[in-house]
Design a binder for this molecule. Structure first.
Ligand code: NDP
Length: 254
């Protein structure tokens, strides 16, 4: 059930989390719901999204609704935000979390991979930011959190397309923060390190161990580690924080 000590920070706020069906997105939905927010989560499969929303509502006592949405369909993104604003009154927070990762060496990168990576991670993120900002500009307040990556900041062999897409998310964060600040809309990003989700399930354990050996904290991250940072950026404790890329990587980039 919702803890009264944590219910206040996001009480009454309407938050949309894209890609909220699993991994970092689902942990974020739970963290926001525990902080008192009403949460709309999206996933490509509407039945799965509704199922996850019902589970979070049952465990937290918060209002939680699930919608089907492919973020690469910009018309569907616009329709989703229009319908959320109509049904829930407004949108206070967006967590544009939906993303994909496919590894490929430079010589092996195919056009379709580039389309998928940039279409989802860049164009999909921008569509969601744009649709949320239109709602937020009307009430002159809001908080938007994007999912960048340490790979977008430092680069990584075998991940040129992914790194380019996440570097673009960092640039988008800073530009949107500058443009939307006058509407009292904050835009920040988290840059996770190595986080144990489906996205890295294809990596052998020894590679994950090698990547995390260099971190100051010496462990792989959890979706909850990232969700707590996102919750901070969404909420009132970050009221004067905008345009930031917050590393959540256990000290990997030190
Ligand atoms: P997962 O693969 O576990 O989850 C990805 C989520 O994105 C799923 O909910 C998936 O929904 C959704 N998604 C993918 N494509 C689309 C699309 N076209 N339209 C709508 N939803 C979509 O990944 P993570 O939780 O690990 O990653 C979440 C974010 O964090 C991503 O942006 C990722 O790049 C970023 N990140 C992750 C890191 C990690 O180590 N895990 C490190 C750095 C950044 P569906 O259920 O429909 O497939």
């Amino acid at each position: 059930m919702t803890d009264s000590r944590t219910a206040a920070p996001l009480g009454g706020r309407i938050c949309v989390v894209t890609g909220g069906t699993r991994g970092i997105g689902l942990a974020t939905v739970r963290a926001l719901a525990e902080a008192g927010a009403s949460v709309v989560l999206t996933g490509r499969d509407e039945a799965v999204a509704k199922e996850r929303a019902a589970e979070v509502a049952a465990e937290s006592g918060a209002v939680c609704a699930g919608y089907g949405l492919d973020v690469t369909d910009s018309a569907a993104v616009r329709a989703l935000f229009t319908s959320v604003a109509r049904e829930h009154g407004t949108v206070d927070c967006l967590v544009a979390n939906a993303g994909v990762l496919e590894d490929a060496l430079v010589g092996m990168i195919r056009d379709e991979l580039v389309d998928r990576m940039l279409g989802t991670n860049v164009a999909g993120t921008l569509s969601c930011l744009q649709a949320a900002a239109r709602v937020m500009m009307r009430k002159r307040s809001g908080s938007i959190v994007l999912l960048a990556s340490i790979v977008g900041e430092r680069g990584n062999a075998g991940q040129c397309a992914y790194a380019a897409s996440k570097g673009a998310v960092s640039a988008l964060t800073k530009s949107a923060a500058k443009e939307l600040g006058r509407y009292n809309i904050r835009v920040n990003a988290v840059a996770p390190g190595v986080i144990r989700t489906d996205m890295i399930a294809h990596l052998p354990d020894d590679l994950v161990a090698a990547r995390t050996a260099d971190t100051a904290l010496g462990r792989v991250g959890t979706p909850e580690d990232v969700a707590k940072a996102i919750r901070f950026l969404c909420g009132p404790d970050a009221d004067f924080v905008t345009g930031q890329i917050l590393g959540v990587d256990g000290g990997l980039v030190l």
